[in-house]
Design a protein around this ligand. Structure first.
Ligand code: MN
Length: 501
């Protein structure tokens, strides 16, 4: 995620000439203190850059144009320190194609009751300046983020950080390339979709590549590179007897390392942020890429199995949002239920492709075991369980006339029993508000069997993402109730239908 160091958020303070140069200088000085303070907090992954105070429609238009054209600006934080008549913002917001957030804050945290005079009150009038700006946002049907609170407050800074991360993910999405090796799993519906509509909406491009080209990249990997990577495996994981040096499956591990390097080289050389594979098209590969996919996800690549490009791109986006945060993010699939009354559980996994960033074990087990699907050599894979704690599953589907993002908040639990016969990584969770309601709501919403599972990001991150992209967002959490959820689905059909008119 090197790009985080190169991009910036612009901090734009709105005012007007009415106040005179002295007050405007004070506004600029205060804004400098706020921006320096935010940057000095060290909690934001992207640098915040103060722009000169905007006081006229032309200045606002100029900064919005510059932001739209900038290769480094990921979005705008606006602050109305004083009153900025909002018709001045119409031209600028009309051309702004970067996300923006309104910071509804005040330089001072408390009212100086003893010394408060009219000058102080005129200078610190966010309370109504922010409302004037809010009106034009609403009037122009802008879907944007408002953060209310003192700029030094932990809660307000957390919300600013949340928005910055999503803005960075939007920036990444608009540049993302997704490589598909093979097409969809045959006859599967939910992994299909309109790639042209997705590119218009999310900016990423999705294209197919021949397995032969990938095989060429894999065969071009030298033995020395393979040995080096296997040494890295040995340092990073517990190796089963079968894959240790001299073990009966050692060759499978060497093949897996070569596949990892071949896919990685292909992705890096092509500038791809995400990729898909499908077990129905492994022509020329010795085994299904399991270990390779697991490790590439950990390195930040998005992935979708069985040609699922929507989940691959969403996974990359979630990785960007969660960059540097505690907890991992993985491709996931609801696999099996435990319907024990009062303790209903879901086991999530995939055939092989679960990202070790979510593992509770510091050193997952590296093993080679048979796979009953794909008709290839036994593939290498990392085995682990997910660390307990709050997490979410997210699914992006194509409704034909719009994209819908469905999120279910879950609580990952300690695996209650060992699973000695299950040779795949997995997570065990309780769905909120209950398995009964969560699964019904997910199914009614059309959520896929594939999901992005994340311990690092929250549903609020994904809500902001959906707002910026202008797509539907459905949340299943502790408060979800089926009758209201059904209404929400029906009303959304109407709302998105009206938007198209
Ligand atoms: Mn699958």
């Amino acid at each position: 995620m090197e790009f985080f160091k190169k991009v910036e958020v612009w901090f734009v303070v709105g005012s007007q000439h009415l106040y005179g140069p002295k007050i405007l200088q004070q506004v600029a000085d205060n804004a400098r203190v706020v921006v320096d303070g935010l940057n000095a907090s060290g909690r934001f992954p992207v640098k915040i850059v103060l722009k000169p105070t905007v006081k006229t429609p032309d200045e606002i238009l100029a900064v919005c144009r510059a932001a739209s054209h900038s290769e480094t600006c990921i979005g705008l934080i606006t602050w109305m320190h004083t009153f900025s008549p909002a018709k001045m913002w119409i031209a600028g917001l009309s051309v702004l194609d970067k996300p923006f957030m309104q910071l509804h804050t005040q330089f001072n945290s408390q009212i100086p009751w003893d010394s408060m005079d009219m000058d102080f009150m005129n200078l610190n009038q966010t309370a109504h300046g922010g409302r004037e700006f809010g009106f034009i946002g609403a009037r122009m049907r802008q879907h944007y983020t408002v953060v209310v609170g003192h700029w030094q407050d932990d809660g307000a800074q957390r919300k600013i950080d949340r928005w910055i991360r999503v803005a960075a993910a939007v920036y990444d999405s608009r540049r993302m390339k997704v490589a598909r090796f093979g097409d969809n799993m045959r006859e599967v519906a939910v992994t299909e979709g309109d790639k042209v509509a997705a590119q218009i909406k999310f900016g990423y491009s999705v294209n197919g590549y021949a397995m032969g080209d990938l095989v060429e990249s894999i065969e071009a990997v030298g033995d020395a590179s393979v040995s080096q990577l296997v040494a890295e495996y040995e340092a990073s994981y517990e190796l089963s007897a079968a894959v240790k040096a001299g073990g009966e499956k050692r060759q499978h591990l060497l093949d897996a390392a070569r596949i990892e390097l071949g896919i990685r080289n292909f992705l890096v050389e092509g500038g791809f942020g995400a990729f898909t594979t499908t077990f129905e098209n492994l022509y020329g590969l010795a085994q299904l890429p399991g270990l390779a996919v697991q490790r590439l996800m950990q390195q930040g690549f998005g992935f979708g199995a069985e040609g699922d490009w929507k989940t691959a791109a969403l996974l990359r986006t979630a990785k960007v949002i969660g960059h540097g945060l505690a907890g991992g993010t993985s491709f996931m699939e609801d696999y099996t239920y435990d319907f024990t009354p009062g303790n209903e559980l879901v086991i999530g996994a995939h055939m092989l492709e679960v990202c070790p960033s979510i593992a509770r074990e510091p050193k997952p087990l590296l093993d080679v075991q048979p796979l009953s699907i794909g008709h290839k050599d036994d593939p290498a894979r990392l085995l682990f369980s997910a660390r307990p704690g709050p997490a979410l599953n997210a699914s992006l589907i194509d409704m034909g006339d719009r994209f819908r993002l469905i999120v279910n908040e879950i609580e990952t639990v300690e695996q209650p029993q060992p699973l000695p016969q299950l040779p795949v990584a997995r997570a065990v969770w309780k769905a909120l508000p209950s398995l009964e309601v969560a699964a019904e709501a997910w199914i009614l919403a059309g959520g896929a069997h594939h999901a992005v599972y994340s311990q690092a990001i929250t549903s609020e991150h994904l809500r902001i993402l959906a707002e910026i992209f202008g797509i539907e967002f459905l949340l299943i959490d502790s408060k979800t109730e089926i009758a209201a959820f059904k209404n929400e689905i029906n009303w959304n059909d109407l709302a998105f239908g009206l938007r198209r008119q």
